[in-house]
Write a protein that binds this ligand. Sequence first.
Ligand code: CA
Length: 245
Amino acid sequence: MHIRYGSQSDQGRIRTSNEDSFVVNGRNKLFLVADGMGGHAAGEVASHIASSTLQELLSTAGSQGDSAVALRFAAQAANARIYEAQRQNPEYQGMGSTLTALMVRGGKYYIAHVGDSRAYLLRDGTLDQLTSDHSVVWHLFENGVLRKEDLSKHPQKNLIIRSIGPHPQVDIDIETGETHERDVFLLCSDGLTDVLTDQAIHRILSDSSKAPQELAEALVSAANDGGGPDNVTVVVVRLEPGTSE
Ligand code: CA
């Protein structure tokens, strides 16, 4: 299979800075979004530490070795670095980041996930969210208290219960599965999903005449057209028939 991908990150219509960060590394088949939080530009610092740590630690990992173990190790290292940075700098206190990272290796995908950014998979016309949001409202959704389409309207929608950095250790969700030809993976920060429903995302992502870069741009435009209340970052990865994986 051949991997095509695109990405777009925008501060949105309201925020004055962009605390999201992302990686698209086609050579190592590593893709991620990280959404930072914390005052005094600390969110920006946190999401960049998360991104650069995974880039650094996973760019040498070949197809040999256990990708899930490597991903978990790199995410844990990112957590330790952010935790250490804020321990040494009072301005960074309380900073953290979401992390949703995708690696494609040997006919499988591997996702490491913490926080309320999301990974979706569009396969055979069906869009599935592969990750669970580590947020208060997601908990309410899973327990049948809220409908999914109402999560973004809830006053506590921004309350995250797990993120990278605030504590010395963090639980990291790992999702793996087989890859199929024409799979489309979407990684995104909550600036996209607070504005667009899954149905709206599905509609935009299903346009197979568009290149992944055009899809990423269309998704970010739609979020901004919907008010752009937050930073919005999107990575689109499509597996296409071809000789090289
Ligand atoms: Ca956000």
